[in-house]
Design a protein around this ligand. Structure first.
Ligand SMILES: Nc1ncnc2c1ncn2[C@@H]1O[C@H](COP(=O)(O)OP(=O)(O)O)[C@@H](O)[C@H]1O
Ligand SMILES: [Mg+2]
Length: 343
């Protein structure tokens, strides 16, 4: 079915009948591309170029900053289950019942974007601007080239080398440490949210679920989680902390090895079919130290995991555990030539 898109000049379908917009808005909220802002749309001093991402909760656009001519990525709060776009580009909730969920999500998006704007770290996507328009909120980020970790996992069917994993994750952990230092938890770490820039520098993306969470706080309200990557405390609304993100780090390293996420924590808690990686054939490709780090992060009980980033980094950098010499050089001193940097 062709949807009438008030923003698209190429629409060739029948002229919409009265009442159609109301119907269309409800349908458009689930059929995403037509809900996006069109090319050329002026938003503050930015110009939308194209849609580059988006899902249930937001839209991501490539845009140009008219004042500097620099490219930026703009994330728009647009929760498709609660809201839709009107003809004048404003975002509106679908119904009264959705209004409170929409507003709660809105203020979280806004507050968290503002919190992120204060974080300045090379491994955390840089937020330049946060503003309200069109009855919704926008987060303007540096536009970063690269491919997400899913791409490499898929291309190599897992089996990413120890060197690869040790180039990406310790550096990513430094970004995460900075986030934790500011009492923020990411809460949705997974390969899709880890961008590898040309040259291999990893960048943590997607702060849709980020929480300004004091260590020891509990989850309230809507919860974004990805099965397999989210630990049990995120499913059960239990005490959260850096260990919550570290489970997801372990699950992401695990996915680099075998191209799949561990079983969902909700399944594992009933019957744990996840074998520790140290007791699998992974040992053919990876050092015991790396496998132990993965197993440590993937403990079901939060207390059995590394409690903070420095603990995990110390473990990974501990030279006494018999790593091959070439892997012992601190990762940050050796710019490693990665396969994709040659392209
Ligand atoms: N700063 C950015 N630079 C370049 N691409 C980005 C940026 N932010 C997001 N993207 C692209 O948009 C996609 C979706 O963004 P993300 O923040 O993960 O939102 P979602 O909530 O839809 O998962 C990403 O996978 C990436 O391809
Ligand atoms: Mg994402």
């Amino acid at each position: 079915m062709a949807l009438y898109n008030p923003f698209a000049s190429k629409y060739k379908g029948p002229k919409p009948q009265p009442g159609y917009f109301h119907y269309q808005q409800q349908v458009m909220s689930k059929v995403n591309p037509n809900n996006a802002l069109p090319r050329g749309y002026p938003l503050k001093h930015y110009r939308i170029e194209k849609t580059i991402g988006g899902g249930g909760f937001s839209m991501v656009y490539l845009a140009t900053d008219n004042t500097t001519q620099l490219r930026v990525a703009i994330k728009e709060y647009l929760p498709c289950h609660h809201a839709t776009r009107l003809k004048n580009a404003a975002v509106q909730c679908i119904s009264e019942e959705n209004a409170s969920a929409f507003r709660l999500g809105f203020s979280r998006f806004f507050d968290e974007a503002a919190a992120l704007a204060r974080v300045n770290h090379p491994n955390i996507v840089h937020v330049r601007d946060v503003f309200r328009a069109n009855n919704t909120a926008y987060m303007v980020m540096d536009y970063e080239k690269g491919k997400d970790l899913r791409y490499y996992i898929k291309r190599h069917e897992g089996n990413l080398s120890e060197k690869f994993i040790r180039t990406v994750f310790p550096e990513l952990l430094l970004g995460l440490q900075e986030l934790h230092r500011r009492n923020l938890l990411h809460m949705d770490i997974k390969p899709a949210n880890i961008l590898l820039r040309p040259g291999g520098k990893p960048l943590l993306l997607d702060f849709g679920a980020v929480r300004e969470a004091m260590i020891g706080s509990k989850l309230t309200g809507p919860n974004t989680l990805t099965r397999g990557f989210a630990p049990i405390e995120q499913h059960q609304h239990k005490t959260l902390g850096p260990w919550t993100d570290l489970y997801a780090i372990g699950a992401s390293m695990y996915a680099c090895m075998c191209a799949k996420a561990p079983p969902a924590a909700t399944k594992r808690i009933i019957k744990d079919e996840l074998k520790p990686t140290t007791r699998t054939s992974f040992g053919r490709l990876y050092s015991v130290q790396l496998l132990e780090a993965v197993d440590w992060c993937l403990q079901l009980d939060p207390r059995d995991r590394p409690q903070n980033v420095p603990q995990l980094l110390d473990f990974l950098n501990d030279e006494s555990s018999g790593l091959a010499l070439e892997l012992r050089t601190p990762w940050y001193l050796t710019p490693i030539s990665l396969p994709w940097s040659k392209k």
